[in-house]
Design a protein around this ligand. Structure first.
Ligand code: NAD
Ligand code: USQ
Length: 396
C-alpha cells in the first residue's frame, strides 16, 4: 500500500513509519515539525539525540535501501496544499498522529489551550473535508486516546468505543448504540473527544472508512527498526510537559532524581509499549472497515497500573527514592480502571508486558544520554487551575 503517516516525525509516528516501510509499503511522512519548535519554545530537547527528519530518511535508505518521502506541510493551516498533496500522492491508507499531544502543555496558559484546540481540531477536520473533496477513499487510522472515556470506574470494563443503552419511550424501552460518553480531563483530551464526533459524522455522511485507536500511555523508546542505526533513534521526552509518567520515572531513576508521583499515586492508567503501539497500527491497517460502516474503535492498550505501583516497581529495580508531590492536575486521586482490548488480541497481538528487562533497557538508554538532561526541566509545573498552580513544587 501507499501509506501517508501524518505526524511521522513524532515519538510514535517515526517508529511506525519505519515498521511500515520495512514491511514493504511505500511510506510518505507529512509533518510541520511543530513538535521540534515546541521543544525550542520550552527550552528542552529529546533525551535521545534525534537528527533532522531528512537525515533520518537518508539513513533509513542507506540501511535498508527503502525510500521514505517527507512532505513539510501544516495540516491545520495549509488546507489548499493538503488537497493538492492528497490529489498528487493518492494514498491507500492514512495514519493520523499529527496533533499536539501533551495534556500539561494544553493546560499551560490560555494561549496553549487555544493553540491545542485550533491545531488538533483543524488537523482532523481539514483532513476529513479534503478527503471528501478530492475523492480520496483511503482508510484513515487515527491515534486517539483512552482519556476520552475519563478514568472513572463504573464497575464494568470500558468497552471498545460504543455502549448499548436502553431508552424509555412511550412504547416501552428501546435499545440504542451510542459512542461511549466522553469525560476528558484536559484540553488536549477534549480535542480527542471532538475528533470522535468529526469521525462519526464523516463516516455516516460521506462513507469515509475510519478507524479510531483509543491508545493508552506509551512507554519505552526502541523498536526493532530504530535499533538498526544510532541515527534512527526515536525521540524520548522527559520534561514536565511532554514526558509521560513511566518514561519520566525511568529517566529520573537513571539520574538519581526522586520519582515524581503526583498526589497519592492512586491514579490508574492504561499502558502500551512503543513496539506494540506500532504493531497495533499495522494490525488496524489490515482490518479496514467498509464504506458505510460505523467508525471502528479499538482500545489500544495492554495493561493498567496505578502510578504509585509503577513508581514502586521502578524504585525496586533501581533503588530510587519516591517523592509524593502535590498534584498539579485536577484528576481523581484514586480510581480503578478495567479496559476491554479483545479486538487486538483477536487479531493476534501478543502484548509486551512491563518486564524487568525492558524497564532496565530504558534506564540504560537514559543513563547513556544523562548528560543531555536538564534537571530543572524535570518538574511538572503546568497546573490545571490557579489553585492547583499555587500548590506546585518546583524542584524536589
Ligand atoms: P508527538 O508530539 O511526538 O508527534 C506528533 C507529530 O505531529 C509531531 O511530529 C508534530 O510535529 C506533528 N504535528 C502536530 N501538529 C501538526 C500539524 N498541524 N501539521 C503537521 N504535523 C503536525 O506525539 P506522539 O507521542 O508521537 O503521539 C502521536 C499521536 O498519538 C498523537 O495524536 C497522540 O494524541 C496519540 N497518543 C500518544 C500517546 C503517547 O503516550 N505518546 C498515547 C496515546 C495517544
Ligand atoms: N503523573 C505523575 N508523575 C509524573 C507525571 C505524571 O504522577 O511525573 C501522573 C499524572 O498526574 C497522571 C498520570 O501520571 O495521573 C498519567 O500522566 P501522563 O503524563 O503519563 O499521561 P497523560 O497526561 O494522560 O497523556 C499521555 C500522552 C497523551 C495520551 C495519554 C493516554 O501524553 O498523548 O493521549 O497519555 S491516556 O492517559 O490513556 O489518556
Amino acid at each position: 500500500m501507499r501509506i501517508a503517516i501524518l505526524g511521522g516525525d513524532g515519538f510514535v509516528g517515526w517508529p511506525t513509519t519505519l515498521h511500515l516501510s520495512e514491511t514493504g509499503h511505500e511510506v510518505h511522512i507529512v509533518d510541520n515539525l511543530s513538535r521540534r519548535w515546541i521543544d525550542a519554545e520550552l527550552g528542552v530537547q529529546s533525551l535521545t539525540p534525534i537528527d533532522s527528519i531528512q537525515e533520518r530518511c537518508r539513513i533509513w535508505k542507506q540501511v535498508t535501501g527503502r525510500a521514505l518521502q517527507f512532505h513539510l506541510l501544516d495540516l491545520a493551516n495549509e488546507y489548499e496544499r493538503l488537497k493538492t498533496w492528497l490529489e498528487t500522492v493518492k494514498p491507500d491508507a492514512i495514519v493520523h498522529f499529527a496533533e499536539q499531544r501533551a495534556a500539561p502543555y494544553s493546560m499551560k496558559t490560555d494561549r496553549h489551550k487555544v493553540y491545542t484546540v485550533n491545531n488538533n481540531v483543524s488537523c482532523t477536520h481539514n483532513l476529513l473535508a479534503a478527503m471528501v473533496e478530492t475523492g480520496c477513499d483511503a482508510h484513515l487510522v487515527h491515534l486517539g486516546t483512552m482519556g476520552v472515556y475519563g478514568y472513572s470506574s463504573v464497575g464494568a470494563a470500558i468497552p471498545e468505543g460504543y455502549l448499548d443503552v436502553q431508552i424509555d419511550t412511550p412504547s416501552g424501552p428501546k435499545g440504542q448504540e451510542i459512542l461511549y460518553p466522553t469525560r476528558p480531563g484536559s484540553v488536549y483530551h477534549m480535542t480527542k473527544s471532538l475528533d470522535q464526533i468529526l469521525f462519526q459524522f464523516y463516516a455516516q455522511n460521506d462513507g469515509l472508512r475510519i478507524t479510531d485507536l483509543h491508545q493508552g500511555i506509551v512507554w519505552g523508546t526502541h523498536t526493532d527498526q530504530t535499533r538498526r542505526h544510532e541515527q534512527l533513534i526515536n525521540r524520548f521526552d522527559y520534561d514536565g510537559d511532554y514526558g509521560t509518567v513511566l518514561n519520566r520515572f525511568l529517566i529520573q531513576a537513571a539520574i538519581g532524581y526522586p520519582l515524581t508521583v503526583h498526589g497519592t499515586g492512586g491514579q490508574t492508567r492504561a499502558f502500551i509499549h512503543i513496539q506494540d503501539s506500532v504493531r497495533c497500527v499495522d494490525l488496524a491497517l489490515q482490518d479496514a472497515p467498509r464504506a458505510g460502516d460505523r467508525v471502528k474503535i479499538f482500545n489500544q492498550m495492554t495493561q493498567t497500573r496505578r502510578v504509585r505501583d509503577l513508581a514502586e516497581m521502578v524504585a525496586g529495580l533501581t533503588g530510587s527514592e519516591i517523592r509524593y508531590l502535590p498534584n498539579p492536575r485536577k484528576e481523581a486521586a484514586e480510581n480503578d480502571l478495567e479496559v476491554k482490548n479483545d479486538q487486538f488480541l483477536a487479531l493476534g497481538l501478543d502484548p509486551i508486558t512491563l518486564q524487568e528487562g525492558l524497564l532496565s533497557e530504558v534506564v540504560e538508554v537514559a543513563g547513556k544520554y544523562a548528560h543531555r538532561i536538564d534537571r530543572s526541566r524535570v518538574p511538572a509545573v503546568s497546573a490545571w487551575t490557579r489553585e492547583h498552580g499555587a500548590r506546585v513544587e518546583h524542584d524536589p
